[in-house]
Design a protein around this ligand. Sequence first.
Ligand code: SIN
Ligand code: FE
Length: 307
Amino acid sequence: MQLVTIAESALSTTLQSPERLRDICASLEAGDIVFFPSTPIHIGSEDLKFLLGHQQVGGAYHKNIAYRPQQDRITGFSDQKSDTSRRLRGIMKSYSQAVIEFLRQFLGPYQAQWKVDYASYRPEEEQGRDLTLRKRNDLLHTDAFPTRPTHGDRILRFFNNINPEKTRNWITTETFGGLLEKMRAGKINGSAVPLPSSMQMPALKRTLSGIGLGALAPSLKRSPYDEFMMRFHNYLKENSEFQSNCPKQHWEFPPGSSWMVYTDMVSHAVLSGQFALEQTLIVSRHAMVAPEKSPYGVLSRLAATRE
Ligand code: SIN
Ligand code: FE
């Protein structure tokens, strides 16, 4: 996994080159992180000051403050009607619009074949957060949404570190395809990583084939694809051998930077950092420039094998 760095001085020439933009989409789809040392998203200094003054997610239920662009609504902030909440909603709305506007150009090859999902504000220090195991973000995982199935479409996340001083620190390990292959063979870095029976052949095949990966199986709450991705997410977080022994890469995202990554494919964890903004896009799997590398592509191939 690599960092594809886009310096501020290179941005306008990059935006004018369709070939370069296509290469960037291909890098993202191969599991690279696209990194902007200086964010291309303008956030006004008054808005920044306001965000940094609101450090808490309201209530125990929500992990972050979420902004739902379709409904122009925020959740995870206790006081919905106050001026504070209106202001926060306004800031999140312009952040969300600015990111989408930028990505319309920067990810031009996708021709906006995506659904705009939630944006979030992450005001809490990530190190040592008291969250239940499956909600913890400091354990390596690939993203899957329990209540928003993607049916094979991709989860692309764009982040801003708005902390004025501290880096946001991530670790990553291999991508979905590589991990699944090693887990099916039973070992990562010498450690046993037995796949649960529900994720092995022939159960895997029963889940994935026949009814079509994206279709909704009557016996499942989710599509077979989403069911598998959710199980995989849980399995990674619950496997302490894997968490301790897998090879890791460390990334430090400085104040004022942005980065984006397909978090359904890149197994990632945030170890520390406070104050980030984020926008999620659900990119159509039909828009991929390298569909065979996507988790859907990997699983489709497995489902079609004669094992
Ligand atoms: C995550 O997606 O797991 C967390 C990333 C972050 O908040 O930096
Ligand atoms: Fe995640």
